[in-house]
Design a protein around this ligand. Structure first.
Ligand SMILES: C[S@@+](CC[C@H](N)C(=O)[O-])C[C@H]1O[C@@H](n2cnc3c(N)ncnc32)[C@H](O)[C@@H]1O
Length: 328
């Protein structure tokens, strides 16, 4: 059994750092959990205690509109449906595919034609970044007829591209890829979006629609062990960009180093641009360039690998789901 006081601290921290000012619903619910012995007792019996997993498991059962809105509604729901919530929590892992992050990545891309390789690609939705419409600050990029509209507030000298890049090859690599044509997997992806984030849900549904019509290829594999085999397949006549968001943070520091070492090795044959969009501290060479920031902000960095040598640039601080970007 997990330590109840640790769970209370975790839910309070989740409320303060990930929900405050971003999701009133989850802020209120997470604070309520942090003060509710009965709900905490239920979570303590689970193998994983993550707030996102607990709330997504409930949302899978209720849908976004039926999600409990108050602490007492939540306690009553847990009381009534404890067995079903437990089954979901034991069988699923938190899974997201956040297309909003493409608005942060877009200005960091080099000129095309591009070969895009995303590690930790999930359902590969971010690989479709050239098929979305963007409002980046006051700039409009891409076809307004795209079903996926991304809105990202901006600060600082964002190098907004005049047009979307030409992508001639794209591939994902994920330890546990999601097939956007699998209804059960899609239901879980949607359940992991906070219920009060209606625009995020709409754009995710729209991106899933694009992926269902033309599924991006996402290979099953590890971002270190299976990367060399994928790199072998990249066409020569395009600029290779390897990118990821919210991925390296889930692997151990020695694996992050091993990942960078694979890219450095491969750059003896071709130049590689590596874009990382991760929490502070995940890429040490980037963390060293970054002034401290409050709150939960990602660091967007671009590393050019040439002939085994790297050159790192810290480009921006970004909202975790791409709601805003502050260029440096
Ligand atoms: C939080 S999700 C982010 C998904 C996507 N990058 C996005 O921004 O929406 C993290 C993804 O990394 C994948 N992942 C975690 N460890 C991995 C590894 N060692 N190799 C490849 N993929 C991994 C997970 O399966 C998951 O799809």
């Amino acid at each position: 059994m997990n330590d109840p006081s640790r769970i209370k601290r975790r839910y309070r921290q989740f409320a303060d750092t990930e929900c405050k000012g971003y999701s009133d619903l989850y802020y209120g619910l997470a604070l309520a959990v942090s003060d509710d012995d009965e709900v905490v007792g239920f979570i303590a019996e689970m193998p994983e205690i993550q707030p996102n997993l607990f709330f997504a498991s409930i949302q899978l059962l209720t849908g976004p509109d039926g999600m409990p809105k108050t602490g007492s509604e939540l306690r009553a729901f847990v009381h009534r449906r404890d067995r079903e919530i437990g089954e979901v929590m034991r069988s699923r892992r938190t899974q997201t595919n956040e297309v909003g992050r493409c608005a942060v990545l877009l200005p960091a891309l080099p000129p095309g034609p591009l070969a895009l390789l995303e590690v930790g690609a999930s359902a590969g939705l971010c690989l479709l970044l050239d098929r979305f419409h963007y409002e980046l600050g006051s700039a409009s990029i891409g076809e307004t007829s795209s079903p996926v509209h991304l809105r990202c507030a901006s600060a600082g000298p964002v190098p907004v591209p005049a047009a979307l890049p030409r992508v001639v090859w794209r591939r994902g690599l994920d330890i546990d890829p999601i097939d956007a044509r699998n209804d059960d997997a899609v239901r879980w992806l949607l359940a992991c979006v906070y219920p009060d984030h209606r625009e995020r849900r709409r754009r995710l549904e729209a991106a899933i629609g694009l992926a269902r019509a033309q599924p991006p290829v996402v290979d099953a594999g590890d971002l270190v062990d299976d990367l060399p085999a994928v790199l072998e397949q990249v066409p020569d006549d395009a600029q290779l960009v390897v990118f990821h968001s919210a991925v390296l943070t889930y692997v151990k520091p020695d694996r992050r180093q091993a990942f960078a070492a694979v890219l450095a090795g491969a750059s003896r044959k071709r130049n590689i641009v590596w874009l990382s969009n991760e929490p502070p501290g995940v890429v040490p060479e980037v963390a060293a360039l970054a002034p401290a920031q409050g709150g939960l902000r990602y660091l967007l960095a671009r590393t050019q690998f040439t002939n085994g040598q790297r050159r790192d640039e810290l480009l921006a601080h970004a909202h975790v789901h791409g709601a805003d970007v502050a260029w440096l």
